[in-house]
Each structure stands twice: as structure tokens, then as C-alpha cells.
Design a protein around this ligand. Structure first.
Ligand code: C2E
Ligand code: CA
Ligand code: CA
Length: 822
């Protein structure tokens, strides 16, 4: 045990020597009490025992404090001093016993008093060495005044009942009087120190303080009794004050086992602690009580009480002044603090305001940028929309725009009770020009024809190019077939004029077919079909002429109804089949496949989907057929996966009629589930026709499908009616550039710009872009160059039965290899 172990709750047992000495000390106390209660033996023995018995009690108590001091850290010194005080008292008593028992002559004062007085001084010193929480100057001052008030009040009582008596008893013996007074005054001093300790700011007296206070009280009681009895000459060895001395020493020793404030405050002591606040007033009241009680008495004793009470009163006044000053000081501090706080709040507010302004500026900036971007997007959208609705070569409206204008024209005609004429014009002899003079000449010729056609009609009429050498014209506001005939004749005349081309003159004529609203048909589609039929007749009738539609020409209607009949049982008869065309990524790897429907009709032979799908849509047959395709495609994907083919997903075409149905999402979910596929394995191809019908329902279903992971592609992008505005809001994932743009890439810079714009638009919206209809290596190079994600077309793989799909992928550089099939 060389070093002192740190005080910690894990080591509750004090060092053994301390426990042993304490046990002896407590045992002696018990025996002492018994002895005083039941004295035995003859007077001499009694005198010996009662003079000696508490010497070891003090020595053991002192040793206990000394031993335990090691465990008290920075309060070690305090406990050593207290221990020394106890031992000093023991030594004093030893000297006193020697004088009394051996010399039979105990003088007062004697050398023994040195030990006793030294003990008092050491106690006081020890108490002051206990750890104090830091006190401000003000706290110390107020505490000092409080203690002074209490001590003064106690002093008044001590004066009245003890001090005055002592002074009188030792009259004429100055040394004895001083020493006799030193005991009670010293006790008062000790009491005040203890009060200091227990009243000190914020401290919560614990068991240790309680034990010390009790010990000190016992010592004081014994001292006072000894002084009073001694002064009166009635003090007896072996009487009860001796037990109180021993008790005080034992309680000190017991306190040395307790660390300061180890436990919560004892309830009674806590109350006392709170009451300490009122203690000065209680003291004042007590002093006055004594003053009143001794009222009327004269002499130095009564005067002492009067002066003492005045002192207490003066001190209370000082205390009030101090409290007042302190309050004023605190108020000033508070005011200063709140001023500072207010300043801080103001500074923070200013900072926040600045930050706000900066934020607003940023937001404005952002808003401006968004506006600019939106304007740019709108401009490019408008450009794109124009390009999407016009023929690249001639700048004339294309089929879609023509159809649109025709519908509006018909609507106007209904209101104005006028007629509308639709003309189909096919050039005669154009192929010859193309073959002999080349494509460039052919293009120039087409542009000239376009110009002449536009010259031949009025401004609000429409001339459109359908493709190749086919044009259409819509005449508005005419009254009779005669009006149309005149314009047709004018057109034929203008076309007949030779067309000067580079180094040559070309001669072409036109065959014109005309249909009339409302005479021949009521809707735009019929009118176009009938004009087409009439044009066909015109060609058959020797070209360069005009033919008006007549109902007997309508053989197509019959063809259509026979197709309807054939299509009805096609599914059941197993005439429908799904073929697959691969989609490649930029590295030329097969990534997906598009499911395309084929119909081998027993009655009609092979029918193109472009022909029978519209019929299926009109008759509602597209619903079971579409579900069949969806299931087949899922089954095929599952089979490919089973065979270890690295295919990402399958694409399936969906008609508007399918997509607008409420159960469509369920149909898709069931198809995926029955082949254990995930949503992301499927891509649905929709056209702009789908989107412009029932935007709300379509957008809801799209969202549901996207939530399942299904991808959504806009097919034939750029040919439909402008659905660009919906692109921004609908959860589309892919754009499929229509093949007419891809195929025009090589000879039309306009097409190049359109594809470029579509790719840019798609990427700006975060969409994948697919180029379809890639037929030549040059087209493949160009679309790859433009940055599309996937490619599809005859060059890379034709639609075919699943087992024919070429998994090897396409050559990395398409120019290395001749396309296998053209
Ligand atoms: P689409 O969805 O645009 O399909 C692509 C069409 O382009 C297919 O014609 C395909 O054979 C053809 N194609 C692919 N590569 C090239 C190429 O390099 N050059 C050229 N000139 N054409 C190429 P297909 O199979 O005749 O289908 C025509 C249209 O019929 C499809 O156009 C689609 O709109 C519709 N369709 C086909 N199957 C289905 C189906 O199962 N459901 C629905 N609703 N529509 C279908
Ligand atoms: Ca498609
Ligand atoms: Ca397409």
C-alpha cells in the first residue's frame, strides 16, 4: 500500500487500519457510556478509570482520520490536521490525568490546556482546509455577514449564560479567565466555521458534513458544560460531559470514512440548508427575544446583551444594504446581457436578410435561366414541329399536315355550305428523268413541280407531297365540280411546260384524280382514298388527264370487308405469327428485339400489318390480337433467357385502342407474371396517336406501367401530330426516330438536322433515342455519329422467326462489311 488508491464507488471498503482504529474508538465510546451510566468500584478506581478511558478514544479517532486521509485526494491535508487535533486533545487529557492522578493537584490553567487549546486551533484549521467551491467576492462577503449575524446572536446568548459567569468566576485570575474564556469563544469560532462550510454557496451538505456538525456539536456541549460546571466548581470526573467529548471524537472519525457529497442530501439537512436563508432573521429575532427577556435588569451583563443585540441589528442592516447593492449590480448585468443579446439578434437578422437577398437573387437568376431554356426549347420545338409536318425536299406540307388541314377544311365547308375538292396528282415519266438524269435532277424537278402546283392554286388552298412523285391538293371554298375541273386543267397545263434542268430539259405530265366533299365522301380519309382511286383510273386512262371519282371505283371497300372477315378467325386458325427484329447497341451487340405481327391469310395470302392493323383497330379485333402478341413476346423472351441469350428486353407495339382500355395495365402485368418476367424486361411502343387521345387516362396508365418498371417508347417519332408538349410531362423513356428521317439522311441535309434535333431533344429530356429503318452502312455511321443509343433496320437484321435471329451482332464498323441483304 504505497500509493493512495483513488476514491471511487468501486472500492467502498476503507483501508483496514482505519477500520480497526475506528472500531476500537467506537467500542471504547460504548464502554465509556456504560461506565458513566453504571459506575462501579470504589471512588479511587472510579477516578482512575474515568480520567483515562477517553484518552485512547481520542488517539484512535485521530489515527482513524490520519489513516483515512490518504483516500481524500486534495482534502488529505484537512483530515491530517483534524486527526492531529484529536490526538492533541488526547495528549492534553493524558497530561491532565497525570497531574490529577499522580500529582493529585490539577491546577487551572495547566500544561494540559496547551493540548486542549491546540486541538481547538487544529480543528478550525482543518475545517478551513476542506474543499470550497469557488465563491465570488460578493458571495464571500454576504456569507461572511450572514455568519457574523448568527455568531453575534449566539454570542449574545453565550454572554448572558456562559461568558459573564466565567468572567465573574475567575475574577482576579486574569490568565485563568482568558483561558477559561478561550474554550467557549473557540467553540463559537468552530461553530461559525462549520456554518461557513454548510452555508457556502451552492454546496449541498452530505452525510460527511452532518457527521462533522454532530461531532462538533457534541464537543461544544461538552466544552460548555465543562466551563460552566468548572466555573461553578461542580465539575466531576467521570460525568456525562466526558462522554460527549468521546462522542465528538468518534463522530469526527466516522466522518473521515465519507467522501464529500457522495450521497444525496439528507432530507432534514436539506431543509436546514434551505432554512439557512432565513437564519439571519431568526438570529435577529432571537437576540431581541433575549433583550426583552432581560428587560429591566441592570449591570454589565444586561448591557452586554443590549450592545450585542444592537450589533446584530447593525449587521442585518449591512446585509440588507449589501443585498440591495448586489441586486442593483445583477440588474445592471442583466440589462447589459440583454443588450448584448439584442445586438446579437440584430446582427443575426441582418445576416439572414443579406442571405435572403442573395437567395432571392439566385432564384431570380435561376428563373431567368429556366425562362431562357424554355424559350429555346419552345423555339426548337416549333422548328421541329414545322420540320415534322413538312416535306424536307420541297418544303410542302406532308401527309400528316395535309390530313389535318383537310379535316379543318371540311369543318369550314360544313359551316359555309361550300365544297372541298381533294386532288391526287402522280407525275407521269418522272422515273425516266430520275434514271437518265440522276437523283439530283429528279429532286430539282420535284421542287419545280411543287412550285408550279402552288402557283396554280389560291393561297388558302393546300399543296402537299406524300412522297416520291405523289402530290395532293386541297381546294377550299368551291361551289361545284366545275371549279375543281378548271384548277385541274390549269395544273395539267402548267405541268406540261418543259422543265429546264442543268444541261437538259425534262418533260413530264400529271395524272389527276379528284374527289369532292360532300358529294363523294364525308371524311378526310375517304376523300383521300377516293381521289387516289380516281387518280389510278386517270393513269389507266392514258395519263395526262383528270378523272373525277365515281362510286363504282370503290373496290377498296369490298376488299376491306373481306379482310375483316378473314381477320376474325385468324387467331383461332393460327394464321397470326410474331416475328422478331433485333435492336443493337452502339457496340453492335444485340440488346433487344421488336415483336412484329405477321398474317398469312388462307384466303388473302400474306397481308402487311400496315394494311390489316388499321382494320383490326377499327373492328376491335386488335384487343385479343394485341394480347396475343404481348404474351407471345413475353414467352419468347423467357425462352431466350432460358437458352442463355444475353437479351435485355423485348419491345411490343401497342395500338391506341389497346392503351385506352382500363384493363390494359392488368393485361401487361398478367403477361409478365405468367412468364416470370420483370417490368423492366418489357418496352411498349406507342405512337403519338395514342398520346393525344385521352391524355389524362393515358398519363395515369403510363405512370402505373413506369412504376412497374415497364419502359415506354414513342414510335415513328416525328411523323404524328405534334405531341411534343406531352413529352415533357409524360414518363416516356425512349424516342424512336421514324425511318423516313433515317432513310433521307444520305441525301437530305434537312433530314440530318431533324435527326440531330430529335436526338438532342430526347437527350435533353433524359430519354434513349433509337434509330429505326437503318438500311445502309452510311446511315448506320450517321446515326451512331449523332449519338442514338440503339439501332434497328434491315442492315442489321430483318424481322424473322425467333430461331433466325442473328446473335452475333453487327460489325463494329459498318463500312467493313457489305450488308448481307438489301
Ligand atoms: P413499326 O412499329 O414502325 O415497325 C417497324 C416496321 O419497319 C416493320 O414493318 C419493319 O419490318 C419495318 N422495318 C424494319 N427495318 C426496316 C428497314 O431497314 N427498312 C424498311 N423499309 N423497313 C424496316 P412491319 O412489320 O410491316 O410493321 C408495320 C407496322 O405495323 C409497324 O410499324 C407497327 O406500327 C405495326 N405493327 C406491327 N406489328 C404490330 C403489332 O403487333 N401490334 C400493333 N399494334 N402494331 C403492329
Ligand atoms: Ca414499332
Ligand atoms: Ca416505327
Amino acid at each position: 500500500m504505497s500509493s493512495s488508491p483513488p476514491l471511487s464507488p468501486r472500492r467502498p471498503l476503507p483501508p483496514a487500519p482505519g477500520r480497526v482504529t475506528f472500531a476500537l474508538c467506537a467500542l471504547l465510546l460504548g464502554l465509556h457510556a456504560l461506565w458513566v451510566a453504571f459506575p462501579q468500584g470504589d471512588p479511587v478506581t472510579r477516578l482512575w478509570i474515568s480520567s483515562l478511558i477517553y484518552i485512547p478514544t481520542f488517539i484512535f479517532a485521530g489515527l482513524t482520520c490520519l489513516w483515512n486521509a490518504r483516500r481524500h485526494g486534495d482534502e488529505r491535508a484537512a483530515w491530517r490536521i483534524l486527526g492531529a487535533g484529536l490526538i492533541s486533545f488526547g495528549v492534553g487529557q493524558m497530561l491532565y490525568a497525570y497531574l490529577l492522578l499522580v500529582r493529585q493537584d490539577p491546577p487551572f490553567p495547566s500544561v494540559a490546556d496547551i493540548g486542549f487549546l491546540l486541538a481547538l486551533a487544529l480543528y478550525a484549521w482543518g475545517f478551513l482546509r476542506f474543499r470550497h467551491p469557488p465563491l465570488t467576492r460578493w458571495d464571500t462577503l454576504r456569507l461572511g455577514v450572514d455568519v457574523a449575524i448568527i455568531m453575534a446572536a449566539v454570542g449574545v446568548y453565550a454572554w448572558q449564560y456562559v461568558l459573564w459567569g466565567v468572567l465573574q468566576a475567575y475574577a482576579g485570575q486574569p490568565v485563568a479567565a482568558v483561558i477559561g474564556l478561550t474554550y467557549p469563544v473557540g467553540d463559537l469560532l468552530l461553530l461559525s466555521i462549520l456554518l461557513l462550510i454548510s452555508l457556502r454557496g451552492g454546496a449541498r451538505p452530505g452525510p460527511r458534513e452532518t457527521l462533522l456538525a454532530a461531532g462538533l456539536l457534541a464537543l461544544i456541549v461538552a466544552d460548555q458544560a465543562f466551563v460552566v460546571l468548572g466555573a461553578a466548581g461542580t465539575y466531576q470526573e467521570g460525568s456525562w460531559p466526558d462522554v460527549f467529548w468521546a462522542l465528538g471524537a468518534t463522530l469526527f472519525a466516522a466522518a473521515s470514512f465519507r467522501p464529500p457529497q457522495e450521497h444525496a442530501l439528507f432530507a432534514p439537512l436539506a431543509a436546514l440548508h434551505r432554512a439557512a436563508l432565513f437564519l439571519p432573521y431568526v438570529a435577529l429575532a432571537a437576540a431581541f427575544a433575549l433583550l426583552i427577556a432581560t428587560h429591566g435588569a441592570a449591570g454589565p451583563a444586561a448591557r452586554g446583551v443590549l450592545w450585542g443585540t444592537l450589533l446584530v441589528t447593525a449587521l442585518v442592516v449591512v446585509r440588507q444594504v449589501l443585498a440591495f447593492v448586489d441586486n442593483a449590480r445583477l440588474t445592471a448585468q442583466l440589462r447589459q446581457l440583454s443588450g448584448e443579446l439584442e445586438g446579437r439578434v440584430q446582427r443575426r437578422t441582418a445576416e439572414l436578410n443579406r442571405a435572403n437577398a442573395a437567395l432571392r437573387e439566385l432564384t431570380d437568376d435561376l428563373e431567368r435561366k429556366v425562362r431562357e431554356r424554355t424559350a429555346e426549347l419552345e423555339a426548337s420545338q416549333a422548328r421541329l414541329a414545322h420540320q415534322a409536318q413538312h416535306d424536307v425536299l420541297t418544303g410542302l406540307p406532308n401527309r400528316a399536315l395535309f390530313q389535318d388541314r383537310l379535316e379543318r377544311g371540311i369543318a369550314t365547308a360544313v359551316r359555309e355550305r361550300r365544297k372541298v375538292a381533294v386532288m391526287f396528282i402522280d407525275l407521269d415519266g418522272f422515273k425516266a428523268v430520275n434514271d437518265t438524269l440522276g437523283h439530283a435532277a429528279g429532286d430539282e424537278l420535284l421542287r419545280e413541280v411543287a412550285a408550279r402546283l402552288q402557283d396554280s392554286v389560291r393561297r388558302n388552298d393546300t399543296v402537299a407531297r406524300l412522297g416520291g412523285d405523289e402530290f395532293t391538293v386541297m381546294l377550299l371554298g368551291i361551289h361545284s365540280a366545275q371549279d375543281a375541273a378548271l384548277v385541274a386543267a390549269k395544273i395539267l397545263d402548267r405541268l406540261r411546260q418543259p422543265i429546264p434542268l442543268e444541261g437538259a430539259q425534262a418533260h413530264v405530265t400529271g395524272s389527276v384524280g379528284v374527289s369532292l366533299y360532300p358529294d363523294d365522301g364525308a371524311d378526310a380519309l375517304d376523300l383521300q382514298r377516293f381521289a387516289d382511286l380516281a387518280m389510278y383510273r386517270a393513269k389507266q386512262g392514258g395519263k395526262n388527264n383528270v378523272t373525277f371519282y365515281a362510286p363504282e371505283m370503290n373496290a377498296a371497300g369490298t376488299a376491306r370487308s373481306s379482310m375483316e372477315v378473314g381477320l376474325r378467325g385468324a387467331l383461332e386458325r393460327g394464321e397470326l405469327q410474331v416475328v422478331y427484329q433485333p435492336l443493337h447497341d452502339l457496340a453492335g451487340q444485340v440488346r433487344g428485339a421488336e415483336a412484329l405481327l405477321r398474317w398469312h391469310s388462307a384466303a388473302l395470302g400474306h397481308v402487311s400489318p400496315a394494311t390489316f392493323i388499321p382494320v383490326a383497330e377499327d373492328t376491335g379485333l386488335i384487343i385479343p390480337i394485341g394480347t396475343f402478341v404481348l404474351n407471345e413476346a413475353c414467352r419468347q423472351l423467357a425462352a431466350w433467357r432460358e437458352a442463355g441469350r444475353p437479351i435485355e428486353r423485348i419491345s411490343v407495339n401497342v395500338s391506341p385502342a389497346q392503351f385506352v382500355r382500363d384493363d390494359f395495365v392488368d393485361v401487361v402485368r398478367r403477361a409478365l407474371q405468367s412468364w416470370r418476367l420483370q417490368g423492366r424486361d418489357l418496352e411498349l411502343e406507342l405512337t403519338e396517336r395514342t398520346i393525344i387521345r385521352d391524355v389524362e387516362g393515358v398519363s395515369r396508365r403510363m405512370a402505373e406501367l413506369r412504376a412497374m418498371g415497364v419502359r415506354l417508347s414513342i414510335d415513328d417519332f416525328g411523323t404524328g401530330n405534334s405531341a411534343l408538349n406531352y413529352l415533357m410531362t409524360l414518363p416516356v423513356t425512349t424516342l424512336k426516330v421514324d425511318r423516313t428521317f433515317v432513310q433521307a439522311l444520305e441525301d437530305s441535309p434537312g433530314a440530318y438536322r431533324i435527326v440531330q434535333a430529335i436526338v438532342a431533344l430526347g437527350h435533353a429530356l433524359g430519354l434513349d433515342v433509337v434509330a429505326e429503318g437503318v438500311e445502309t452502312p452510311a446511315q448506320l455511321l450517321q446515326v451512331r455519329d449523332l449519338g442514338v443509343e440503339r439501332t434497328q433496320g434491315f442492315l442489321l437484321g430483318r424481322p424473322g422467326p425467333p430461331e433466325d435471329l442473328n446473335w452475333q451482332g453487327a460489325p463494329e464498323s459498318p463500312l467493313d462489311e457489305e450488308p448481307t441483304q438489301r
